[in-house]
Design a protein around this ligand. Structure first.
Ligand SMILES: Nc1ncnc2c1ncn2[C@@H]1O[C@H](COP(=O)(O)OP(=O)(O)OP(=O)(O)O)[C@@H](O)[C@H]1O
Ligand SMILES: C[C@H](O)[C@H](O)[C@@H](O)C(=O)CO
Length: 501
């Protein structure tokens, strides 16, 4: 590595919260540090029946992050900034460049039933062979088809589609670019050619001209506009398109020293899989509904979206509404005290995607599958955590079957590692070590790709080594306390009684 110091700014927008993080690199020492300078909630807004992201609030918070960096004295040190966010959602711009409406939230019900109609018209095997994407009802492809059915004039008025980080970056720089990793989550990028699948778009009657050719992660894509610089009184900071899908950035930050590893990016979603050199488009991958998302620097992410800590977030939201506000840590404590293995859910059952009241939905699931119905908060959270850990085992074993590799343990990154009970349950369920850390996976991945683009770090494996040297990783080993093998069998039986995913 070249001997140099560098400072960069990362904006990482998760589905539940966003943060601005300053990263400082000492490439001679092979060390980096981070400082969180701004954090904000990312609350969706319901308008009538529709659920939207508050995109202008997110832009406002990004500006607050830049201001905060300035107030802390970083404005003249920052060499670049970059944004990553959740996937699949987008904004549409009019020919003059103005945003047409508020971007829809992927949990909006406009896509209910649309995926089945698209599959019926194109064919599931053909769609998978082309795109390699997991069938999820909220993928961009189904959102666009839903808009075409419901509100075609919106599409007719649109000139350009920008995914959420592309859109926010456009607001900052005035430049329109589509970043590759996030583009792949649309289910409209061809997994082999890596460009928009024009045939698929035509067959669906979707306008090909809305989509910009994807640029690779690590491309420099402009600088803050004169108007933003004047508004915030900051220099024209350069902006880089990193792995703008937060999962792409999270996987960059997996501190694995060996080439083959299994990862779990654990936040609102749980994304479990492995990095591969090529997409895996086999019949089995389709049958198990695995996804192949584009990664940075030619990598492929073979993984499965698992419903994740959304289940806990939504239990908490329901209880908060009733005025019984408990922190995540307090809820985990209650789960720890609850009896084990009473009932299981398939976290990925459709009924958990967007229910009105998560605790009641979990109870209903247990009732419908003839299991004991969890009553207390502790019992409900325990049921979710055990079920997630068991689902991780199922998906890890399937990942191994698809890649033909064996993984000695599982790397976990993201906010979910603060849930130590879940990390321990996961180690118990998979019967292997869990290596937990770093917690700010996506922001770190974002920062190191900026430094690769700026020439400070030579490549992805050096970036991972740097992260490994700079942040703690906690090891969990399987405990012998309970029989997780028996629990896994019971879990699989329950899952097979509901809609198997
Ligand atoms: N102190 C804590 N104890 C237990 N769990 C915690 C704690 N703090 C956070 N969590 C868990 O971490 C989750 C948030 O993780 P994170 O901040 O990575 O999510 P996100 O970035 O919004 O999501 P995503 O990147 O998947 O869109 C919360 O839903 C919560 O379950
Ligand atoms: C819809 C989800 O945001 C997406 O599939 C997931 O990969 C993600 O972005 C998790 O943060």
């Amino acid at each position: 590595m070249v001997s140099k110091l560098s400072t960069a700014l990362a904006f990482d927008l998760g589905a539940s919260s966003g943060r601005a993080i300053i990263g400082k690199l000492d490439s001679e020492a092979g060390q980096m540090t981070i400082e969180e300078i701004h954090r904000f909630p990312n609350d969706p807004v319901k308008v009538g029946d529709r659920l939207h992201w508050d995109i202008l609030r997110l832009l406002h918070e990004i500006k607050q992050g830049i201001l905060s960096a300035k107030h802390l004295g970083y404005a003249d040190q920052i060499e670049s900034l970059a944004i990553d966010s959740w996937a699949v959602d987008f904004g549409l711009l009019a020919p003059g460049g103005e945003l047409l409406g508020n971007p829809y939230h992927y949990r909006d019900h406009q896509t209910d039933g649309v995926m089945d109609r698209v599959i019926a018209s194109i064919g599931q095997a053909k769609l998978y062979a082309k795109t390699g994407l997991q069938f999820l009802q909220f993928n961009t492809i189904y959102q666009l088809c839903a808009i075409k059915e419901r509100n075609p004039q919106l599409l007719n008025q649109a000139d350009v589609l920008l995914m959420i980080p592309d859109l926010l970056r456009y607001f900052l720089t005035g430049e329109k670019h589509s970043e590759f990793t996030n583009a792949t989550t649309t289910q409209l990028i061809n997994a082999t050619t890596h460009i928009w699948d024009a045939e698929l778009l035509e067959q669906l009657g979707l306008p090909v001209n809305l989509l910009l050719p994807p640029v690779p992660s690590g491309t420099r894509v402009g600088a803050l506009t004169a108007s933003i610089c004047a508004e915030l009184d900051v220099p024209a900071l350069p902006v880089i398109a990193v792995g703008e899908h937060d999962t792409a950035s999270a996987v960059v930050a997996v501190p694995a020293l060996q080439e083959d590893f299994a990862f779990l990016s654990c936040g609102t979603w749980s994304l479990l899989g492995s990095e591969t050199l090529q997409p895996i488009l086999s019949e089995q991958a389709l049958a198990w509904n695995f996804t192949n998302e584009g990664g940075v620097y030619g990598t492929n992410r073979l993984l499965k979206n698992i419903m994740g800590l959304w289940l806990i977030q939504e239990c908490k939201r329901a209880w908060d509404k009733d005025g019984e506000v408990l922190s995540f840590a307090e809820l985990v404590k209650l789960a720890e005290l609850a009896p084990p293995f009473k009932s299981f859910i398939d976290p990925d059952d459709d009924q958990f995607l967007s229910p009105d009241h998560m605790p009641k939905q979990i109870q209903q699931y247990c009732r419908d599958t003839q299991q004991a119905v969890p009553q207390t908060k502790g019992e409900l959270i325990r049921c979710v955590l055990e079920s997630l850990a068991l689902k991780y085992r199922l998906v890890l074993e399937r990942t191994e079957q698809l890649t033909g590799k064996t993984y000695t343990g599982l790397h976990i990154v993201g906010g979910g590692i603060q849930n130590e009970l879940l990390c321990q349950f996961t180690s118990n369920a998979i019967g292997r070590e869990v290596w937990a850390g770093p917690v700010e996976g996506s922001a770190l991945g974002n920062l190191v790709v900026q430094w690769i683009a700026l020439g400070y770090i030579p490549n992805l494996s050096e970036a991972r080594r740097l992260i490994r040297n700079s942040f703690p990783v906690k090891t969990y080993s399987p405990s012998e306390e309970r029989d997780w093998g028996e629990a896994y069998e019971a879990f699989q039986q329950v899952v097979s009684r509901s809609i198997v995913k």
